[in-house]
Design a protein around this ligand. Structure first.
Ligand code: DPM
Length: 350
């Protein structure tokens, strides 16, 4: 911290550099940005941190598979140094020059059921037959169609506020499925009626974790945010992102994961689904992630699926990335490519 302190202060003790964070105007984006800003202000009380809300959202299509993910990136505005994202919305490779400088401790990564008030007390098992469940996630729909064949699934669009409004004020949906983490951050935990465990619905790659995007060459800012890294979350998310990248999946494919760190072991379960969930390839693998305190000297060798984590053991990072790739290769050998290609074609056609 002393190093950073000297980088950010002039000899006379005055802060020489203003650090700017950019956010979208959505309530969730603002809450997530504010929470990271709060942590940084606590850690670096003398750094002048500004939050700008006036940044234009941009649709990032570095990869056509990500066309639905609306994210702003640092690259779109030279005046912004830090942008906070939901990790699950960030592609597995960032545009050149940008990196994820911190992954914060994961919230509950699971999906949650939010019921129409008239259905209070019910569950996905006890809702009447043909009840309509709102979700536009192919991953959620595929798993839940298989598990709850008596229910129907329909798209629901818009940000979290819009979706809850649509649920409560209309009679279109009996329930909707949302990430527990987003609901919690919005202060709507009380609307969660059921958390879906891995038997019902595995989560999306990176779900529940916040990512801090910075310029790869901004060494002082990279070092400043790196203290926010939560090592276990970093290892889990690197294995998940490596799995998705190796499958050549984007943010809108029916791919789901479940990871756990137990002692020095990292466990990764990954699956790919057909749109109706009838075809599924799923497997679990594990690796040792020894925290050996051997951290990488050069930032170059330390980028794993877009993440720079110089403060985390380099051998553990490599093992986590390899785990994701190995699991993806195992599923590819069993025909995962065909399942995903068919799912993508059918989804594009409708
Ligand atoms: C991505 C998906 C969704 C978001 C696809 C998926 C859900 C889209 C939908 C990649 N991004 O999960 O299979 O339901 O139509 C998003 C949410 C959060 C981040 C909201 C949510 C908050 C939770 C978090 C949208 N991105 O999933 O309920 O930080 O993980």
């Amino acid at each position: 911290n002393l190093v950073i302190f000297s980088l950010l202060q002039e000899g006379n003790g005055k802060v020489s550099r203003v650090i700017r964070m950019g956010t979208r105007k959505s309530q969730l984006a603002r809450i997530q940005t504010d929470s990271v800003a709060g942590r940084l202000r606590e850690l670096y009380p003398d750094v002048h941190l500004e939050i700008g809300e006036d940044i234009l959202p941009a649709i990032v299509c570095m990869n056509s598979l990500y066309i639905n993910c609306i994210v702003i990136v640092v690259s779109f505005n030279q005046m912004v140094d830090i942008v906070v994202h939901s990790l699950k919305d960030l592609p597995t490779s960032l545009p050149p020059g940008f990196t994820i400088g911190a992954i914060l401790q994961r919230e509950n990564p699971h999906d949650a059921v939010v019921l129409h008030p008239k259905n209070a007390g019910l569950t996905l098992d006890s809702l009447p037959e043909k009840s309509v469940i709102g979700t536009s996630s192919l991953r959620r729909a595929a798993q839940l169609k298989k598990r709850f064949p008596q229910l129907e699934f329909e798209n629901i669009r818009g940000n979290l506020n819009t979706r809850l409004k649509k649920l409560d004020e209309k009679d279109d949906y009996a329930a909707i499925i949302l990430a527990a983490a987003g609901l919690k951050r919005m202060g709507w935990e009380s609307r969660i009626s059921q958390i879906l465990g891995p038997e019902d619905c595995m989560y999306a790659v990176g779900q529940g974790a916040l990512a801090v995007e910075v310029r790869a060459q901004d060494k002082d800012i990279l070092e400043m945010v790196s203290v926010l890294h939560h090592p276990d979350t970093v290892l889990q998310c690197i294995s998940e992102r490596a799995f998705l990248r190796q499958l050549e999946g984007g943010c809108s494919v029916p791919v789901a994961v479940h990871t756990e760190v137990k002692g020095s072991m990292l466990y990764l379960t990954g699956a790919v689904y057909s749109l109706d969930g009838a075809d599924c390839l799923k497997d679990t693998m594990q690796t040792v992630v020894e925290i050996d305190n051997k951290v990488s000297e050069s930032a170059q060798e330390c980028v794993h699926v877009g993440v720079t984590a110089n403060s985390v053991s380099s051998s553990a990072l490599e093992a986590a990335e390899k785990l994701g790739m190995d699991l993806a290769n195992a599923l590819l050998n069993k025909g995962a490519k065909d399942i995903l290609t068919t799912a993508r074609k059918l989804n594009d056609a409708r």
